[in-house]
Design a protein around this ligand. Structure first.
Ligand code: SF4
Length: 248
């Protein structure tokens, strides 16, 4: 139980000498992000669900910035599932060689496009069950597509979401897998805020709560952050636990 009241002071969530209950921590974090980042969205560039799916597949263990550099030429050469399905992995590789794991990603893109054409009428499917059938598409990628392209209430958990959720104390130490973190976040965050909350946590992890050296002195969540307020922060390193699945 909490022993005080939280409030916003100069953009900081603020509460003194308290132990936060899970509900109060979520309340503080959501209020902070609603004020600080009301319009959060993906940084990937895309114009339709097929392009988003391709971009998200390329972004696994790669930066959105790098993906946005390669996708304009890639989308021009392969504007649809039908066109990409006719290509060879070698041809696609020429466009994605500067992203991480280009060989396997080029192969997965072509195989994914072929399955879209063969099994889904060349359209990106709109269910988790169908999306994860696609080569190279795991639960996280499917959740991003469902949330961003189709406005479903989803919480994709990547390395940033995993790390920030642990550091803030939005999940317990028992949540050791992306799925466990996803299920806890979905339980606590109102459905209408889930998609935006996903972007809040990603952007916070990308630019403020970075893996190696989090910028705590620039962070508006210091007072309610479990990691920041630990007696010995060095004793715990949640980022180590954030291991991406190969099939993300
Ligand atoms: S206070 Fe530090 S560890 Fe906590 S969320 Fe902010 S940047 Fe991350």
């Amino acid at each position: 139980m909490v022993n005080g009241q939280w409030s916003m002071v100069n953009g900081q969530c603020s509460m003194v000498n308290v132990q936060w209950s899970m509900e109060e921590r979520y309340d503080a974090v959501i209020r902070y992000f609603q004020a600080a980042m009301p319009e959060a969205s993906t940084e990937l560039h895309f114009e339709n669900p097929f392009q988003l799916l391709v971009a998200v597949m390329l972004s696994a263990q790669c930066t959105d910035k790098r993906v946005n550099i390669v996708t304009p030429a890639l989308f021009e050469a392969f504007p649809s599932a039908e066109v990409m399905a006719e290509a060879t992995p070698e041809a696609v590789y020429e466009y994605v060689s500067s992203v991480s794991y280009p060989n396997s990603k080029a192969r997965h893109l072509v195989e994914m496009a072929r399955m879209l054409v063969r099994d889904f009428g060349s359209q990106v499917p709109q269910t988790m069950e169908e999306l994860v059938r696609l080569p190279g598409v795991g639960r996280k990628t499917a959740n991003v597509v469902l949330g961003v392209a189709f406005n479903e209430a989803t919480m994709p958990v990547d390395t940033h979401v995993f790390r920030v959720s642990h550091r803030l104390g939005l999940v317990t130490d028992k949540a050791r897998t992306p799925l466990a973190v996803e299920q806890t976040l979905v339980r606590h965050i109102p459905e209408e805020l889930l998609s935006r909350a996903h972007h809040w946590l990603i952007l916070h992890g990308r630019y403020v709560c970075t893996a190696i050296k989090p910028h705590c002195m620039e962070c508006g969540l210091r007072e309610c952050c479990k990691f920041y307020n630990m007696p010995s922060k060095a004793a715990k390193n949640p980022s180590k636990a954030a291991k991406n699945n190969k099939k993300s």
